[in-house]
Design a protein around this ligand. Structure first.
Ligand SMILES: [Zn+2]
Length: 246
């Protein structure tokens, strides 16, 4: 079997047998890769000096049978990269990082490369490791993820009637509708929530998440929850923590 290599982030770790683990990596060029690490839990094995951690950056070498879509890759080498120990020194950073890897794992397909998203994920994790203010990094990731998977909502006008949001008029957001609803159109929709002018200002332009507040993170999380079909596991803990710490 030919060997391939790539840069990667460890998204998930699943127990497989007494001595082996299945690791889910998000790689730069191959997208999401599931690989079995044989002997990773034994202290005497030679190839992996220590266990492989969640949220770790590194470089992996793996082999894969064809058709690869249906097969588990075999991890032959893992070289840890830049350590991101700062992620574990504060709970808000850790939750934010866990949120990013969980949503990446849930919303991307195996062997479907998303280089731009990979680069944003690595940059966001690196920034979070030293961040004082966490919300803008989370929002930057949420925006990149939604754009990359084609689920970015339309925020320039009401998706139903096409009118532009008026200053001082309340505006709603609907995930099912994929964007804004004006006051005339919101009444007939059940799934919706009000969006504040501040959040709309942050997300309405380029929508890259710069200057985002906890309220913007919360709105994007609401939409991501709909797209995923369930809330991310750390969603509640993260949004609560962000709204109390700013
Ligand atoms: Zn309308």
């Amino acid at each position: 079997m030919p060997l391939e290599d790539d840069d990667a982030v460890v998204l998930q770790r699943l127990d497989y047998s007494e001595s082996s683990q299945v690791l889910v990596f998000f790689t730069r060029r191959h997208g999401k890769v599931r690989a079995i690490a044989k002997g990773v839990k034994r202290s005497t094995k030679k190839r992996f000096a220590v266990g492989i951690d969640l949220l770790e950056l590194g470089h992996l070498v793996f082999s894969i049978r064809t058709p690869r879509q249906s097969a588990l890759a075999i991890l032959t080498e893992w070289k840890p990269g830049r350590p991101l120990g700062g992620l574990r020194s504060r709970l808000d950073r850790l939750y934010a990082a866990q949120y990013a890897v969980e949503t990446t794992a849930a919303l991307t397909e195996d062997w479907d490369p998303h280089q731009r998203l990979y680069d944003v994920l690595v940059d966001v994790l690196s920034s979070l490791a030293a961040a004082d203010e966490v919300s803008s990094h989370v929002a930057r990731f949420q925006c990149a993820l939604l754009r990359e998977i084609g689920s970015w909502p339309y925020l320039q006008a009401c998706v139903s009637c096409g009118c532009t949001p008026q200053v001082d008029h309340p505006v709603w957001f609907s995930s099912n509708e994929g964007g804004l609803l004006c006051r005339d159109c919101e009444g007939s929709r059940i799934e919706k929530r009000q969006i504040s002018p501040e959040v709309l200002a942050v997300l309405g332009g380029e929508g890259a998440g710069e200057g985002a507040t906890p309220a913007a993170v919360s709105l994007l999380d609401y939409h991501i929850t709909h797209v995923m079909g369930r809330p991310p596991k750390v969603s509640q803990a993260l949004t609560q923590l962000l709204s109390t710490t700013g």
